[in-house]
Design a protein around this ligand. Sequence first.
Ligand code: ZN
Length: 134
Amino acid sequence: MIEKINHIAIAVNDLESHIPFYRDILHLPFDGIEEVPEQKVRVALFKIGSMHIELLEPLSEDSPISKFLNKNGPGLHHIAFQTDSIQNELKRLSDLNIRLIDPVPREGARQSKIAFIHPASSGGILTELCQSDE
Ligand code: ZN
């Protein structure tokens, strides 16, 4: 079951020049920076209600975020929906012939399990499912 939006992720070239807008202008509580080497990104986390805004900065040129920035420039990267069982959701979507980037969940930020749905099956917006124990 999809429960709520967990986070909205925005691709940026460098975190330090984008953090002040969210922290100092919008006054969102800043939860710090986390590296997710598996996805080759550095993530700045801001809490807003029960969800997060994530700023994603590529750690290397072969990061998926580098490819996104080269193609689109900075901006909305993906929307993540929280589910109580990522395994059940992936099975359900795959039975509906929804195209999955990750048929098997992988590690995300904040000890979550994540899987991406291909934009071809979600109206052009990269969509993530995540299951976190928070
Ligand atoms: Zn995400």
